[in-house]
Design a protein around this ligand. Structure first.
Ligand code: BDR
Ligand code: CA
Length: 293
């Protein structure tokens, strides 16, 4: 499985990336970054730090510094001023690549047979929308896009119906939904069912593995930003987990669009595969195992 991870790390992005980088069957050929949880220079630096912790020299390509048609609005309250909740990570193994995210996507997609590269989207969809604009034929070579984003029947997390990744760049999300790509969306409806509690943090630490211990620290930091919560949702790890364990998700096809004013998902003309349910125990076990090696 050849994979590009497009990301805005981000506490839960970091856990998702550690899982994917350590998974023997997931060949992550590039990390591309986008402004989202925090500004682009920090998400790019963080992607390099996360790869260094995983001990993998995955190239990092910086992408869009701002949404297509609005101001960036970072999520410092949850992810902290460094985007990773103040958790210690090593310095990147090398500086970011000089090639930008979209150019890297085009080159990787051209170098592989059509429909053999997956794109995992863990942040706002700005880079994918730019790829669709710059090289639509290249985007059509993607085997599948798995993206965390949106709220279908659930309330949103940045508005009554709006979820952060879609609302941060609604124009990009609308372009992606309209592009007739093989997109699977994992909205809050599914990710809120996959939660980590204190017992899970302990189990991660007890593995003694670096990636699991860093993930425990990240989830601890995630707890620090809420009062009295007994568990926290693991949004972005659902993306690589869906790729490896589709049997742990329930998928439906919904007709969707994006409301550009609010960033909410609304009824629309685009048939999109959406994860609406999860086997949470199965996901917790799979993530623990993946982070333990
Ligand atoms: C999404 O928003 C970000 O804050 C998280 O990293 C995740 O990708 C959840 O709404
Ligand atoms: Ca994210």
């Amino acid at each position: 499985m050849t994979i590009i991870i497009d990301t805005d790390p981000g506490i839960d992005d970091a856990i998702a990336i550690l899982y994917a980088l350590r998974h023997p069957a997931q060949d992550v050929v590039a990390l591309t970054t986008v402004a989202g949880n925090i500004g682009l220079s920090v998400t790019t630096f963080n992607a390099g730090r996360i790869a260094a912790l995983a001990g993998v020299p995955t190239p990092v390509h910086a992408g869009a510094a701002a949404p297509l048609d609005k101001e960036a609005s970072p999520e410092l309250g949850i992810h902290g001023n460094d985007g990773l909740g103040g958790v210690h990570f090593p310095e990147p193994l090398s500086p970011p690549a000089s090639q930008d995210a979209v150019a890297a996507m085009i080159e990787i997609l051209a170098a592989h047979p059509p429909k053999t590269v997956d794109l995992f989207c863990l942040g706002p969809l700005t880079n994918l929308a730019l790829l669709l604009k710059r090289a639509p034929e290249s985007a059509q070579r993607i085997r599948r896009v798995i993206a965390m984003g949106g709220a279908v029947d659930e309330p949103g997390n940045v508005g009554p119906k709006a979820e952060f990744n879609i609302a941060h760049d609604p124009h990009a999300a609308a372009a992606v939904l309209a592009a007739n790509l093989p997109v699977t969306l994992i909205p809050l409806d599914a990710t809120r069912q996959f939660r980590a509690d204190v017992g899970y943090i302990t189990a991660l630490r007890e593995t003694g593995a670096e990636c699991a211990k860093a993930s425990a620290d990240l989830i601890d930091a995630y707890f620090a930003t809420t009062d009295g919560a007994e568990s926290r949702p693991l949004h972005d790890p659902c993306v690589p987990l869906l790729a490896r364990h589709p049997e742990l998700f329930t998928l439906e096809t919904r007709l969707l669009d994006v409301d550009l004013a609010t960033g909410a998902l609304v009824d629309g003309p685009h048939p999109i595969k959406v994860a609406m349910g999860v086997d949470a125990d199965g996901l917790r076990a799979a993530l623990l195992k993946g982070l333990s090696c």
